[in-house]
Design a protein. Structure first.
Length: 442
C-alpha cells in the first residue's frame, strides 16, 4: 500500500476511534441507570447552591443605596460589591480540595452554617459604614464557595454521558443572585435594612439542617490520599485545570460581573431608577441560569468544545453591539439578553468539560481552582468599569475589552482545548481497548 494511502487510512481510523468514543461519552449507555438517590442529591445541591448564592449576592442590589447614603465614590461602590466575589472565588480552592477529602455531605452544611454569621452581622449592625460593609462582605464570600462543594458531589452520582446536564442543572442554582435582585430592595423598602438579611439567614439555617439529614455522597466515592498542599499541586499539573480556568474566567466571570454591576451600569448609563435596574438585572440572571443546563446538555451531545465556541461567539457579538451604547428599548436589551444566554450556556459547557476530563478523585480540587478563576474573572470587570466610567464618562471601553477577551477564549477553545480533548479521548479509548488487544494476542 502506498505511504500516502496508509497515512490517510490511519488518520481516518483515528478519527473514527475518536468519534466512537465521543458518542459513547456523549450519552449514557442503555444499561447504566441513574439511581433515584442521584436526583434527590441533585435537587438538594441545587437548592443549597441557590440559597448560598442568594446570601453571596445580598450587597449588589443595595450598592446604589449605600453609595447615596454613605457618599461613596464610583470605585468604592464597585469595591463593595466585588469583595464578596473575590473572597468567594479564592475560597473555592481550599473548599474544593476539602470536598474531595470529606465529601459534600459534610461540606454543604458546614459552608451554609458558616455563611449565617456574616449575613446576620451585616443585617443587624454592619451596614453603617464602608469599613463595616467591607468586613461583612469579606466573610459573606463564604457563601460563594458552595459551588466547589456541589460539582464533585453531583458529578460522582451520574455516569459520564449525563454529567454535563446534571452539573448544568446544579449550576442553575446561581439563580440565587436573581432571588436577591428581585427581593432585597423591596424587603428593605417594606421592612427595613435588616429584613432581607434575616430572611436569608433563616433559609441558610433550614438548609444546613436538611442537608445534614438527607445529603449522601455517591457510593464508592474515591477519597484522595495525601496532604492538601500536595493534592493541590497535583491538580495544578493537570492541563484541564488551566484550560477550564481560562474559559470560565470569561464565561462565568462575565456573568458575575454583570450580575453585580448591571444595576449600577443601567442606573448610571441609562438613567433608570433603582427598582427598574434591579428587575432588569434579575431578567439577565434568570436567562443565564436557564441556559446553564442547556450548555451542559449541548455539551453531552455536541461536545463541550463546540458548545463553548458557539457561546463565546455570541458573547463577542453582543459585547461589540453594546459597546456603542444603543437604545435600551430594543437593541440594547437584545444585546444584553444574547450575552446572558451565551454566558450561561458557556458556563455550563466549561464544567461539562471538567466533569468529562478531570480525574474522579480530583474533580473537587479542579472545580475549586476553576471556580476561583471564574469568580476572579467577575471581580476585575466591575472595578475596571467603575474606573473607566469615572475617567471617560462612558462604558464603551469596558464592553470592548469583554469582546476582546471572549474572542481570545473562542480562539483558544478551537485550538488548544480542542487538541487536548481529542488527545484525552484517544488515550481513554486506548485504555479501554488494551485488555481486549492483549487477549487477542494471547
Amino acid at each position: 500500500m502506498p505511504v500516502r494511502r496508509r497515512m490517510a487510512t490511519t488518520k481516518k481510523g483515528t478519527e473514527h476511534m475518536v468519534q466512537q468514543s465521543r458518542s459513547k461519552s456523549g450519552g449514557s449507555p442503555p444499561g447504566v441507570p441513574v439511581p433515584g438517590r442521584a436526583w434527590l442529591v441533585l435537587a438538594l445541591a441545587t437548592v443549597g447552591f441557590a440559597v448560598n448564592f442568594w446570601a453571596w449576592a445580598l450587597l449588589s442590589p443595595l450598592g446604589p443605596r449605600f453609595r447615596d447614603g454613605l457618599g461613596l465614590s464610583s470605585f468604592e461602590q464597585s469595591l463593595l460589591v466585588a469583595v464578596p466575589v473575590v473572597v468567594g472565588s479564592l475560597g473555592r480552592v481550599p473548599v474544593g480540595a476539602l470536598t474531595d477529602r470529606f465529601g459534600g455531605r459534610v461540606m454543604f452544611p458546614v459552608v451554609s452554617a458558616a455563611t449565617v454569621v456574616p449575613v446576620l452581622s451585616l443585617g443587624l449592625a454592619g451596614h453603617s459604614s464602608l469599613g463595616a460593609l467591607l468586613a461583612g462582605g469579606f466573610f459573606l464570600g463564604i457563601g460563594g464557595t458552595a459551588f466547589a462543594v456541589g460539582v464533585p458531589l453531583v458529578s460522582a452520582w451520574f455516569p459520564p454521558g449525563r454529567r454535563g446536564l446534571a452539573v448544568g442543572v446544579f449550576g442553575a442554582g446561581m439563580g440565587g443572585t436573581a432571588l436577591s435582585a428581585l427581593t432585597t430592595v423591596q424587603l428593605v423598602d417594606a421592612s427595613g435594612m435588616a429584613a432581607p438579611f434575616l430572611m436569608t439567614a433563616a433559609a441558610l439555617v433550614v438548609y444546613a439542617v436538611v442537608a445534614a439529614l438527607l445529603l449522601r455522597d455517591a457510593p464508592g466515592r474515591t477519597v484522595p490520599a495525601g496532604p492538601l498542599v500536595r493534592r493541590l499541586a497535583d491538580t495544578a499539573r493537570l492541563p484541564v485545570t488551566w484550560q477550564a480556568s481560562a474559559l470560565y474566567a470569561v464565561a462565568f466571570g462575565g456573568y458575575v460581573a454583570f450580575s453585580v454591576y448591571l444595576p449600577t451600569y443601567l442606573r448610571t448609563g441609562y438613567g433608570l431608577d433603582l427598582a427598574d435596574a434591579a428587575n432588569r438585572m434579575a431578567g439577565f440572571v434568570i436567562l443565564a441560569v436557564l441556559m446553564r443546563p442547556v450548555g451542559g446538555w449541548l455539551s453531552d451531545r455536541l461536545g463541550p468544545v463546540r458548545a463553548l465556541a458557539g457561546s463565546l461567539a455570541l458573547v463577542v457579538a453582543g459585547a461589540v453591539v453594546q459597546s456603542f451604547t444603543p437604545p435600551l428599548d430594543l437593541v440594547g436589551t437584545a444585546a444584553f439578553l444574547a450575552m446572558a444566554a451565551a454566558l450561561g450556556a458557556g458556563s455550563g459547557a466549561v464544567f461539562a468539560l471538567v466533569a468529562l476530563v478531570a480525574p474522579a478523585d480530583k474533580v473537587g480540587s479542579v472545580t475549586g481552582v476553576v471556580g476561583a478563576a471564574g469568580g476572579l474573572g467577575g471581580f476585575l470587570p466591575p472595578l475596571v468599569m467603575g474606573l473607566l466610567y469615572g475617567t471617560y464618562g462612558s462604558y464603551a471601553a469596558g464592553l470592548a475589552l469583554l469582546a476582546i477577551a471572549a474572542a481570545g477564549a473562542l480562539a483558544y477553545s478551537l485550538t488548544g482545548v480542542r487538541a487536548s480533548v481529542e488527545e484525552h479521548t484517544r488515550r481513554h479509548l486506548i485504555r479501554r481497548r488494551r485488555p481486549c488487544t492483549a487477549d487477542t494476542a494471547a
